[in-house]
Design a protein around this ligand. Structure first.
Ligand code: DAT
Ligand code: MG
Length: 140
């Protein structure tokens, strides 16, 4: 067990429905601390670089168009095994596969509009945190 940091995004479908507080409650109930948070409007270029790993996938344009359709809340979560713990709290990518009590099961609208993003490994967490935040903004 180690204290980790992970990058989370509350996606447009959730910010639009005013669900930021309810989603943050799920993180805090799981012992994840929100050590940085800001609301931003991403550009298509910013979303495309962020999701660059998926650029050859057929859903890339749908994904990046969705991510700029409304403001998002980007945040850094800290805690024991934060990367995998956050993935558990989020639930499976497709909300119809997500376990009871997870964010995606409770709030997601569809496979694409699935309410939250979370880093999937230490290397991606480091890149994704640095993409949105400077060190001075992380107040652990
Ligand atoms: P996750 O967000 O669980 O890490 P991912 O990295 O595989 O999932 O995909 C990024 C996002 O892209 C995902 O949250 C929703 C969207 N997505 C994934 N597969 C998709 C598909 N087959 N059709 C449409 N959107 C998809
Ligand atoms: Mg992913």
């Amino acid at each position: 067990m180690a204290i980790e940091r992970t990058l989370s995004i509350i996606k447009p479908d959730a910010t639009k429905r005013n669900l930021t507080g309810k989603i943050n409650a799920k993180f805090e109930e799981a012992g994840l601390r929100i050590i940085a948070q800001k609301r931003i409007q991403m550009t298509k270029a910013q979303a495309s670089v962020f999701y660059g790993v998926h650029k050859e996938r057929p859903f890339f344009d749908e994904l990046t168009t969705f991510m700029i359709s409304e403001p998002v809340v980007v945040q850094v979560l800290e805690g024991e095994d934060a990367i995998s713990k956050n993935r558990e709290v989020m639930g499976a990518t497709n909300p119809s596969d997500a376990a009871e009590g997870t964010i995606r099961r409770e709030f997601a609208l569809s496979l694409g509009e699935n309410s939250v993003h979370g880093s999937d490994a230490p290397e991606t967490a480091a890149f994704e945190i640095g993409y949105f935040f400077s060190g001075l903004e992380l107040v652990g």
